[in-house]
Design a protein around this ligand. Structure first.
Ligand code: FE2
Ligand code: FE2
Length: 286
């Protein structure tokens, strides 16, 4: 007998402090009406990890009905207070952790987190992803502890793509992480960070791995309007719909390559309009 699909809402990069209130109100209504089995928020809850931004995030999450998971994003660590960032980077984020699930155990499906944000790195920018050995070990241990036959989705803030087509390093240890997750046959890795949606399959040393990215619900858009992903997880796998207020079809919302960050793509240079010049005329001599 076929099971009814499990419906997940995959939200990301709300960036409280610069959130899109119209989009958030709409998402809240969708959650109330459609009652997904769970809501996965893949990081960057706040803009600058200010206390008031976390307060707004807590208030919004606490009012949602379904279970929620949240990954820590690079914007969720103190930005202005470097001492706190080094000494206790997740202190402010802990207010969120008390409201949400670290890992979710749904019927036939587990949601397992993978931490990719770090307080500091040996390179700039620190905002890029890094799957540390410890973070990967914890995620793999959680996956290996699942009962046989239980399917799993992994949630992370950064896409795991290790290098862009030009060879620039994006997420450190991304290749190793993707291969280990492919070896364990996870259904997909959900992520955010780049503020555009995507649905790509990455070939790894251990087979293919599906990577699903959600766009942003903030005003900090990259190349697409605010959106979230509706995931329908059934026997045949995951069907993704990129929901948005402008009714843009899903394929048009999804980018076909993972960019480095959330900056808008560079526009081709505007042609410079010729400036009319007026020949200098000597003033008449009287
Ligand atoms: Fe972001
Ligand atoms: Fe980010």
């Amino acid at each position: 007998m076929t099971q009814r699909p499990t419906i997940l809402f995959h939200l990301s990069d709300i960036h409280f402090g610069l959130e899109d209130t119209l989009a958030l109100d709409w998402v809240e209504r969708c959650i109330a009406e459609e009652k997904p089995a769970a809501i996965c928020i893949t990081g960057d809850l706040t803009m600058r990890a200010r206390h008031r931004e976390f307060t707004a995030a807590c208030r919004w999450i606490a009012a949602l009905g379904p279970p929620v998971t949240v990954e820590v994003g690079n914007h969720d660590m103190p930005y202005f207070n470097l001492i706190e960032r080094f000494v206790d980077p997740y202190r402010r984020f802990r207010a969120i952790e008390s409201l949400v699930e670290k890992q979710l155990d749904l019927p036939g499906l587990a949601i397992v987190p993978l931490k990719t944000a770090t307080r500091a790195q040996w390179r700039f920018p620190w905002s890029n992803g890094w799957v540390t050995a410890r973070a990967l070990r914890e995620t793999l241990a959680a996956l290996d502890a699942l009962p046989a036959g239980k399917r799993a989705i992994v949630t992370a803030h950064h896409p795991l793509t290790e290098r862009d087509p030009k060879g620039k390093r994006l997420t450190i240890n991304g290749n190793q992480a993707m291969a280990e997750l492919a070896r364990r046959k996870v259904l997909a890795v959900l992520s955010g960070h780049v503020h555009d949606a995507f649905d790509l399959t990455q070939q790894t040393a251990a087979g293919p791995l599906r990577m699903i990215g959600a766009g942003t619900l903030s005003k900090r858009i990259r190349s697409s309007p605010p959106s979230f992903n509706l995931l329908s997880v059934g026997d045949a796998g995951i069907a993704v719909t990129v929901r948005n207020l402008e009714a843009v079809p899903t394929p048009a919302m999804q980018i076909d390559q993972v960019p480095e960050n959330a900056l808008p793509p560079r526009q081709p240079e505007e042609p410079v309009a010729p400036v009319a010049t007026v020949p200098a005329v000597d003033p008449p001599v009287h």
